[in-house]
Design a protein around this ligand. Structure first.
Ligand SMILES: NC(=O)c1ccc[n+]([C@@H]2O[C@H](COP(=O)([O-])OP(=O)(O)OC[C@H]3O[C@@H](n4cnc5c(N)ncnc54)[C@H](O)[C@@H]3O)[C@@H](O)[C@H]2O)c1
Length: 349
Protein backbone atom coordinates (compact mmCIF):
# COMPACT_ATOMS: atom_id res chain seq x y z
CA UNK A 1 0.00 0.00 0.00
CA UNK A 2 1.39 3.43 -0.88
CA UNK A 3 2.08 6.07 1.76
CA UNK A 4 -0.04 9.22 1.54
CA UNK A 5 2.15 12.35 1.64
CA UNK A 6 0.77 15.22 3.72
CA UNK A 7 1.80 18.83 4.26
CA UNK A 8 0.54 21.24 6.93
CA UNK A 9 -0.01 24.98 6.62
CA UNK A 10 0.05 26.70 10.01
CA UNK A 11 1.83 25.12 12.98
CA UNK A 12 -0.12 26.68 15.88
CA UNK A 13 -2.41 25.07 18.45
CA UNK A 14 -4.52 22.73 16.31
CA UNK A 15 -1.60 21.63 14.10
CA UNK A 16 -0.06 19.80 17.08
CA UNK A 17 -3.26 17.78 17.45
CA UNK A 18 -3.22 17.06 13.70
CA UNK A 19 0.36 15.81 13.92
CA UNK A 20 -0.46 13.58 16.90
CA UNK A 21 -3.55 12.20 15.14
CA UNK A 22 -2.07 11.32 11.74
CA UNK A 23 -3.02 7.98 10.24
CA UNK A 24 -0.20 5.38 10.10
CA UNK A 25 -0.62 5.20 6.31
CA UNK A 26 0.51 8.86 5.97
CA UNK A 27 3.78 10.76 6.22
CA UNK A 28 4.12 14.45 7.10
CA UNK A 29 6.63 15.64 4.47
CA UNK A 30 6.47 19.45 4.76
CA UNK A 31 5.08 22.37 6.75
CA UNK A 32 4.54 26.05 5.94
CA UNK A 33 4.34 28.60 8.76
CA UNK A 34 4.96 32.33 8.74
CA UNK A 35 6.46 32.55 12.26
CA UNK A 36 10.07 31.31 12.15
CA UNK A 37 10.33 30.01 15.73
CA UNK A 38 7.01 28.15 15.51
CA UNK A 39 7.93 26.59 12.17
CA UNK A 40 11.35 25.44 13.32
CA UNK A 41 10.15 24.08 16.66
CA UNK A 42 7.29 22.20 15.01
CA UNK A 43 9.50 20.68 12.30
CA UNK A 44 11.97 19.55 14.98
CA UNK A 45 9.33 18.11 17.28
CA UNK A 46 7.50 16.15 14.57
CA UNK A 47 10.55 15.26 12.44
CA UNK A 48 9.24 17.06 9.37
CA UNK A 49 11.93 16.97 6.66
CA UNK A 50 11.12 20.29 4.94
CA UNK A 51 9.76 23.59 6.31
CA UNK A 52 8.79 26.74 4.41
CA UNK A 53 8.05 30.34 5.39
CA UNK A 54 4.90 30.51 3.24
CA UNK A 55 2.44 28.32 1.36
CA UNK A 56 3.60 29.86 -1.93
CA UNK A 57 7.21 28.86 -1.21
CA UNK A 58 6.04 25.36 -0.32
CA UNK A 59 3.97 24.97 -3.48
CA UNK A 60 6.93 25.94 -5.67
CA UNK A 61 8.63 22.73 -4.54
CA UNK A 62 6.14 20.29 -3.02
CA UNK A 63 3.32 18.20 -4.50
CA UNK A 64 1.83 16.34 -1.50
CA UNK A 65 -1.33 14.25 -1.87
CA UNK A 66 -3.10 16.31 0.77
CA UNK A 67 -2.61 19.64 2.54
CA UNK A 68 -4.04 20.18 6.01
CA UNK A 69 -4.97 23.84 6.47
CA UNK A 70 -4.38 24.64 10.15
CA UNK A 71 -4.34 28.40 9.65
CA UNK A 72 -6.81 31.06 10.88
CA UNK A 73 -10.17 31.12 9.05
CA UNK A 74 -9.47 34.35 7.15
CA UNK A 75 -6.88 32.68 4.91
CA UNK A 76 -8.60 29.28 4.41
CA UNK A 77 -10.27 30.17 1.10
CA UNK A 78 -7.25 31.60 -0.71
CA UNK A 79 -4.88 28.93 0.61
CA UNK A 80 -7.30 26.16 -0.36
CA UNK A 81 -7.69 27.56 -3.87
CA UNK A 82 -3.89 27.78 -4.27
CA UNK A 83 -3.64 24.05 -3.49
CA UNK A 84 -6.72 22.93 -5.43
CA UNK A 85 -5.59 24.79 -8.57
CA UNK A 86 -2.47 22.63 -8.50
CA UNK A 87 -4.51 19.44 -8.13
CA UNK A 88 -3.64 19.02 -4.44
CA UNK A 89 -6.49 17.90 -2.19
CA UNK A 90 -7.25 19.95 0.94
CA UNK A 91 -8.45 19.08 4.42
CA UNK A 92 -9.34 22.41 5.98
CA UNK A 93 -9.95 23.18 9.63
CA UNK A 94 -13.34 24.62 10.52
CA UNK A 95 -14.83 27.03 9.68
CA UNK A 96 -14.03 26.13 6.08
CA UNK A 97 -14.75 29.63 4.77
CA UNK A 98 -15.80 33.08 5.94
CA UNK A 99 -18.94 33.24 3.80
CA UNK A 100 -21.26 31.29 1.51
CA UNK A 101 -19.65 33.13 -1.38
CA UNK A 102 -16.23 31.70 -0.46
CA UNK A 103 -17.78 28.27 0.13
CA UNK A 104 -19.36 28.21 -3.33
CA UNK A 105 -16.04 29.18 -4.85
CA UNK A 106 -14.38 26.22 -3.08
CA UNK A 107 -17.17 23.88 -4.19
CA UNK A 108 -16.24 24.42 -7.84
CA UNK A 109 -13.18 22.22 -7.19
CA UNK A 110 -13.05 18.51 -6.38
CA UNK A 111 -11.00 17.54 -3.38
CA UNK A 112 -11.93 20.10 -0.71
CA UNK A 113 -12.98 18.70 2.68
CA UNK A 114 -13.62 20.17 6.11
CA UNK A 115 -12.56 18.92 9.54
CA UNK A 116 -15.68 17.97 11.50
CA UNK A 117 -14.37 15.29 13.80
CA UNK A 118 -17.55 14.74 15.82
CA UNK A 119 -19.32 13.29 12.80
CA UNK A 120 -16.98 10.29 12.86
CA UNK A 121 -17.37 8.60 16.25
CA UNK A 122 -19.40 5.38 16.35
CA UNK A 123 -22.32 7.05 18.14
CA UNK A 124 -22.82 9.68 15.43
CA UNK A 125 -22.22 7.22 12.59
CA UNK A 126 -24.60 4.66 14.12
CA UNK A 127 -27.36 7.17 14.82
CA UNK A 128 -26.99 8.72 11.35
CA UNK A 129 -27.42 5.29 9.75
CA UNK A 130 -30.45 4.46 11.90
CA UNK A 131 -32.15 7.76 11.06
CA UNK A 132 -31.30 7.56 7.34
CA UNK A 133 -32.75 4.05 7.23
CA UNK A 134 -36.01 5.23 8.81
CA UNK A 135 -35.50 2.90 11.77
CA UNK A 136 -38.86 1.78 13.19
CA UNK A 137 -37.42 1.28 16.70
CA UNK A 138 -36.60 5.01 16.89
CA UNK A 139 -39.63 6.36 15.05
CA UNK A 140 -39.68 9.86 13.59
CA UNK A 141 -37.47 12.63 15.02
CA UNK A 142 -39.68 15.00 17.02
CA UNK A 143 -37.44 17.53 18.73
CA UNK A 144 -33.73 18.11 19.31
CA UNK A 145 -31.44 20.11 21.59
CA UNK A 146 -28.04 21.34 20.37
CA UNK A 147 -26.05 23.19 23.02
CA UNK A 148 -22.48 24.44 22.86
CA UNK A 149 -22.17 26.07 26.28
CA UNK A 150 -18.49 26.96 26.54
CA UNK A 151 -16.44 29.54 28.41
CA UNK A 152 -13.75 31.75 26.91
CA UNK A 153 -12.24 34.58 28.99
CA UNK A 154 -11.43 37.98 27.49
CA UNK A 155 -7.77 36.97 27.01
CA UNK A 156 -8.83 34.24 24.57
CA UNK A 157 -9.50 37.05 22.10
CA UNK A 158 -5.95 38.49 22.26
CA UNK A 159 -4.84 36.93 18.92
CA UNK A 160 -5.84 39.52 16.33
CA UNK A 161 -7.84 37.08 14.18
CA UNK A 162 -10.17 36.10 17.01
CA UNK A 163 -13.52 37.78 17.51
CA UNK A 164 -13.63 39.66 14.19
CA UNK A 165 -16.00 39.26 11.27
CA UNK A 166 -13.16 39.86 8.80
CA UNK A 167 -10.82 37.14 10.11
CA UNK A 168 -13.00 34.65 12.00
CA UNK A 169 -16.33 35.19 10.26
CA UNK A 170 -18.32 35.27 13.51
CA UNK A 171 -18.34 34.33 17.19
CA UNK A 172 -19.37 31.04 18.85
CA UNK A 173 -22.04 30.33 16.21
CA UNK A 174 -19.36 30.22 13.52
CA UNK A 175 -16.27 29.17 15.45
CA UNK A 176 -17.44 26.85 18.24
CA UNK A 177 -21.06 25.71 17.93
CA UNK A 178 -20.35 24.77 14.31
CA UNK A 179 -19.23 21.33 15.56
CA UNK A 180 -22.46 20.49 17.36
CA UNK A 181 -24.71 21.99 14.69
CA UNK A 182 -22.84 20.15 11.95
CA UNK A 183 -23.13 16.85 13.83
CA UNK A 184 -26.84 17.43 14.46
CA UNK A 185 -27.53 18.22 10.78
CA UNK A 186 -25.45 15.24 9.62
CA UNK A 187 -27.83 13.05 11.66
CA UNK A 188 -31.20 14.77 11.19
CA UNK A 189 -30.78 16.01 7.61
CA UNK A 190 -31.38 19.37 6.01
CA UNK A 191 -32.73 22.37 7.86
CA UNK A 192 -35.64 24.36 6.48
CA UNK A 193 -36.01 27.60 8.50
CA UNK A 194 -34.59 29.41 11.52
CA UNK A 195 -35.50 32.17 13.96
CA UNK A 196 -32.55 33.45 15.99
CA UNK A 197 -31.02 36.02 18.31
CA UNK A 198 -27.26 36.60 18.27
CA UNK A 199 -25.85 39.15 20.68
CA UNK A 200 -22.70 40.33 22.45
CA UNK A 201 -23.09 40.32 26.22
CA UNK A 202 -19.58 40.48 27.63
CA UNK A 203 -16.53 39.62 25.52
CA UNK A 204 -14.29 42.20 23.78
CA UNK A 205 -15.34 41.14 20.29
CA UNK A 206 -17.00 42.63 17.24
CA UNK A 207 -19.08 39.48 16.91
CA UNK A 208 -21.70 37.80 19.08
CA UNK A 209 -20.63 35.85 22.16
CA UNK A 210 -24.07 34.21 22.48
CA UNK A 211 -26.73 33.00 20.08
CA UNK A 212 -30.05 31.19 20.45
CA UNK A 213 -31.87 29.69 17.49
CA UNK A 214 -35.02 27.67 16.82
CA UNK A 215 -34.34 25.53 13.77
CA UNK A 216 -37.04 23.63 11.87
CA UNK A 217 -35.72 20.73 9.84
CA UNK A 218 -37.09 19.49 6.52
CA UNK A 219 -38.48 16.42 8.30
CA UNK A 220 -40.50 18.65 10.66
CA UNK A 221 -38.30 18.12 13.72
CA UNK A 222 -37.75 21.36 15.69
CA UNK A 223 -34.34 21.93 17.30
CA UNK A 224 -33.32 24.39 19.99
CA UNK A 225 -29.74 25.60 19.50
CA UNK A 226 -27.57 27.65 21.87
CA UNK A 227 -24.00 28.75 21.14
CA UNK A 228 -22.32 30.46 24.10
CA UNK A 229 -18.84 31.48 25.22
CA UNK A 230 -20.22 32.75 28.55
CA UNK A 231 -21.01 29.51 30.37
CA UNK A 232 -18.76 28.73 33.38
CA UNK A 233 -19.98 25.13 33.61
CA UNK A 234 -19.06 24.06 30.12
CA UNK A 235 -20.85 21.34 28.20
CA UNK A 236 -21.54 20.19 24.67
CA UNK A 237 -24.95 18.56 24.56
CA UNK A 238 -26.98 16.98 21.79
CA UNK A 239 -30.36 15.46 22.47
CA UNK A 240 -32.61 13.74 19.94
CA UNK A 241 -36.17 12.86 20.96
CA UNK A 242 -37.61 10.35 18.53
CA UNK A 243 -41.13 8.91 18.78
CA UNK A 244 -39.94 5.88 20.77
CA UNK A 245 -36.45 6.73 22.06
CA UNK A 246 -34.34 9.59 23.38
CA UNK A 247 -30.66 9.64 22.41
CA UNK A 248 -28.29 12.01 24.24
CA UNK A 249 -24.65 12.95 23.81
CA UNK A 250 -23.01 14.86 26.69
CA UNK A 251 -19.34 15.76 26.31
CA UNK A 252 -17.04 18.74 25.91
CA UNK A 253 -14.48 18.60 23.09
CA UNK A 254 -14.84 14.98 22.02
CA UNK A 255 -16.70 11.83 23.00
CA UNK A 256 -16.32 8.13 23.64
CA UNK A 257 -18.99 5.45 23.88
CA UNK A 258 -19.83 6.34 27.47
CA UNK A 259 -20.85 9.88 26.53
CA UNK A 260 -23.94 8.51 24.77
CA UNK A 261 -27.16 7.60 26.57
CA UNK A 262 -30.16 5.86 25.01
CA UNK A 263 -33.58 5.81 26.68
CA UNK A 264 -35.70 3.16 25.01
CA UNK A 265 -37.65 -0.01 25.72
CA UNK A 266 -35.56 -1.71 23.06
CA UNK A 267 -32.20 -2.93 24.45
CA UNK A 268 -30.82 -3.60 20.96
CA UNK A 269 -30.52 0.13 20.14
CA UNK A 270 -27.70 1.27 22.46
CA UNK A 271 -25.09 -1.26 21.22
CA UNK A 272 -25.51 0.15 17.70
CA UNK A 273 -23.98 3.44 18.91
CA UNK A 274 -20.80 1.90 20.35
CA UNK A 275 -17.38 1.36 18.79
CA UNK A 276 -14.85 4.17 18.57
CA UNK A 277 -14.78 7.71 19.92
CA UNK A 278 -14.81 10.96 17.96
CA UNK A 279 -11.63 12.89 17.22
CA UNK A 280 -9.27 14.02 14.53
CA UNK A 281 -7.65 10.58 14.20
CA UNK A 282 -11.04 8.99 13.44
CA UNK A 283 -11.72 11.51 10.68
CA UNK A 284 -8.16 11.31 9.32
CA UNK A 285 -8.51 7.53 8.96
CA UNK A 286 -11.73 8.03 6.96
CA UNK A 287 -10.00 10.64 4.78
CA UNK A 288 -7.10 8.28 4.01
CA UNK A 289 -9.54 5.43 3.26
CA UNK A 290 -11.23 7.70 0.69
CA UNK A 291 -7.92 8.93 -0.78
CA UNK A 292 -6.58 5.42 -1.25
CA UNK A 293 -9.87 4.23 -2.75
CA UNK A 294 -10.00 7.21 -5.13
CA UNK A 295 -13.32 8.28 -3.63
CA UNK A 296 -14.50 11.81 -2.68
CA UNK A 297 -13.20 12.94 0.71
CA UNK A 298 -15.79 12.92 3.51
CA UNK A 299 -17.36 16.25 4.55
CA UNK A 300 -16.91 17.64 1.05
CA UNK A 301 -17.77 21.24 0.24
CA UNK A 302 -21.43 20.55 -0.58
CA UNK A 303 -21.86 18.73 2.73
CA UNK A 304 -20.21 21.44 4.84
CA UNK A 305 -22.16 24.15 3.02
CA UNK A 306 -25.44 23.12 4.65
CA UNK A 307 -24.09 23.97 8.10
CA UNK A 308 -22.49 27.21 6.90
CA UNK A 309 -25.80 28.25 5.34
CA UNK A 310 -27.57 27.63 8.66
CA UNK A 311 -24.97 29.81 10.41
CA UNK A 312 -25.45 32.60 7.85
CA UNK A 313 -29.23 32.29 8.37
CA UNK A 314 -28.88 32.53 12.16
CA UNK A 315 -26.99 35.81 11.77
CA UNK A 316 -29.41 37.12 9.14
CA UNK A 317 -32.44 36.24 11.28
CA UNK A 318 -30.90 38.00 14.26
CA UNK A 319 -29.98 41.17 12.38
CA UNK A 320 -33.28 41.41 10.47
CA UNK A 321 -35.54 40.13 13.27
CA UNK A 322 -37.41 37.61 11.14
CA UNK A 323 -37.38 33.93 10.13
CA UNK A 324 -34.94 32.95 7.38
CA UNK A 325 -35.55 30.02 5.04
CA UNK A 326 -33.11 27.65 3.41
CA UNK A 327 -32.10 28.86 -0.07
CA UNK A 328 -33.00 32.47 0.71
CA UNK A 329 -29.41 33.71 0.98
CA UNK A 330 -28.24 34.00 -2.65
CA UNK A 331 -25.56 36.18 -4.28
CA UNK A 332 -27.90 39.21 -4.12
CA UNK A 333 -28.01 39.06 -0.30
CA UNK A 334 -25.34 40.85 1.76
CA UNK A 335 -25.39 37.79 4.07
CA UNK A 336 -24.04 35.69 1.18
CA UNK A 337 -20.85 37.74 1.16
CA UNK A 338 -20.37 38.39 4.89
CA UNK A 339 -21.83 36.52 7.81
CA UNK A 340 -22.84 39.83 9.44
CA UNK A 341 -24.33 41.12 6.18
CA UNK A 342 -22.22 44.26 6.67
CA UNK A 343 -24.10 45.23 9.86
CA UNK A 344 -20.94 45.02 11.99
CA UNK A 345 -20.83 44.83 15.78
CA UNK A 346 -23.39 42.44 17.26
CA UNK A 347 -25.53 44.35 19.74
CA UNK A 348 -27.79 43.22 22.54
CA UNK A 349 -31.40 42.94 21.38
N1 LIG B 1 -11.51 21.11 14.89
C1 LIG B 1 -11.30 21.64 16.10
O1 LIG B 1 -11.75 21.09 17.12
C2 LIG B 1 -10.51 22.91 16.21
C3 LIG B 1 -10.02 23.29 17.46
C4 LIG B 1 -9.25 24.47 17.54
C5 LIG B 1 -9.05 25.25 16.39
N2 LIG B 1 -9.58 24.85 15.21
C6 LIG B 1 -9.40 25.67 13.99
O2 LIG B 1 -8.05 25.55 13.54
C7 LIG B 1 -7.62 26.76 12.89
C8 LIG B 1 -6.34 27.26 13.57
O3 LIG B 1 -6.59 27.48 14.93
P1 LIG B 1 -5.40 27.47 16.02
O4 LIG B 1 -6.08 27.50 17.33
O5 LIG B 1 -4.42 26.41 15.70
O6 LIG B 1 -4.77 28.91 15.72
P2 LIG B 1 -3.28 29.37 16.02
O7 LIG B 1 -3.28 30.85 15.94
O8 LIG B 1 -2.76 28.70 17.26
O9 LIG B 1 -2.45 28.76 14.79
C9 LIG B 1 -2.55 29.25 13.47
C10 LIG B 1 -1.14 29.24 12.89
O10 LIG B 1 -1.20 29.63 11.51
C11 LIG B 1 -0.10 30.50 11.25
N3 LIG B 1 -0.42 31.32 10.09
C12 LIG B 1 -1.24 32.41 10.04
N4 LIG B 1 -1.33 32.85 8.78
C13 LIG B 1 -0.56 32.04 8.02
C14 LIG B 1 -0.26 32.00 6.63
N5 LIG B 1 -0.79 32.89 5.77
N6 LIG B 1 0.54 31.00 6.19
C15 LIG B 1 1.09 30.09 7.05
N7 LIG B 1 0.84 30.09 8.37
C16 LIG B 1 0.02 31.05 8.85
C17 LIG B 1 0.05 31.31 12.52
O11 LIG B 1 1.33 31.89 12.62
C18 LIG B 1 -0.19 30.24 13.58
O12 LIG B 1 0.98 29.58 13.96
C19 LIG B 1 -8.81 27.75 13.05
O13 LIG B 1 -9.57 27.73 11.87
C20 LIG B 1 -9.61 27.17 14.20
O14 LIG B 1 -10.98 27.49 14.16
C21 LIG B 1 -10.29 23.71 15.10
Amino acid sequence: MRTVEIAFVGTGGIAGLHAASLDPRTRLVAVAEVVDELREAFARKWNVPRAYASLDAMLEVERPDLVHLCTPPGVHHDQAIACLERGIKVLCEKPPALSLSEMDSLATFDGFATVSQHRFGAGAVGLRELVAGGNARLGRPMTAVCHTLWYRPDAYFDPPWRGSWEHEGGGPTMGHGIHQMDTMLSILGRWESVVAVATRRARPTATEDLSHAIVTLENGCVASVINSLLSPRETSYLRFDFEYATVELTHLYGYGDDNWAVTSDDPSLAPLLRGRGSGHSTQFAAVVDALLAGEPLPVAAADARDTLELIAAIYMSSYLGRPVHRGEIGPDSPFYHRMDGGFGVATSP
